[in-house]
Design a protein around this ligand. Sequence first.
Ligand code: PD2
Ligand code: ZN
Length: 296
Amino acid sequence: MSQSVTPELRRWIIEQASAGCTPESVLKAMLDAGWNAGVAEAALERTLLEHLSTVSPGALAQAAPEVREAVQGVVGQGSAVPVIDTSGSPRRIDAGDRWVDVIAHVNHPRVVVLGNLLSAEECEAIIESAKPRLARSLTVQTATGGEELNPDRTSSGMFFARGQTPEVTAVEQRIARLVGWPMENGEGLQVLHYRPGAEYKPHYDYFDPNEAGTPTILKRGGQRVATLVMYLNEPARGGGTTFPDVGLEVAPVRGHAVFFSYDRPHPSTRTLHGGAPVLEGEKWVATKWLREREFS
Ligand code: PD2
Ligand code: ZN
């Protein structure tokens, strides 16, 4: 079945809630009808909160501060984000020193699949300069702001400093032009290497506002607002980048990339994503995370 949230579905959710059904019972009905749990929860939450804030701003003002904050987090103004303009359905976009192919795009989540972002020579050069510095990947520990080994992430990785090699600089300038976002707001390029069986389980790239360590992390440039995963080689099978809420899998093809943006640190952006297990061969990617402000 289609998992898109139509105006009819929104109307039905509001009717059920207005008739006194609890959100839990509406969710159960959606799951029984075959909805994906993540999509159903996001649709329900967003629809009810939008409805509440439209029909009854007074009720919202009287709500507990944490409820009000949650509502504003979902329906309030999101942050400005990097944008790849696909209105008018262009085949190719000028990224300064290179034309980049537009292969596919989706609005919610905002995802753009790109071809020809990197040349084969750039991919090779980035892999070769990363190789000597690879170590088992760590993830940011949002509880403390430090880093930790994460069993959900069985790749090896390393970070370049911004502008560390000529190829890294060229790619960073190209990305800045492509998405209209200052190069200074980008974290250093991360390179990941996956062997057969290695994967990166589904996660969000933004920092969870409810974690104790997040304020420390946000001091360096604010939230992450977009991600670009660039494929540096091609595993024979597996290793796609998946978006489980919308059933999307992007195939890892050398020189291609998947861009996604998130205007608030909230699951309603539907940007849950993962790196599927590599089934045959190996996989190399470079990830560029973009922050709200200069990352220093
Ligand atoms: O390697 C990937 O496909 C992948 C998937 C999910 C990379 C990341 N997340 C990441 O670097 O954040
Ligand atoms: Zn990720």
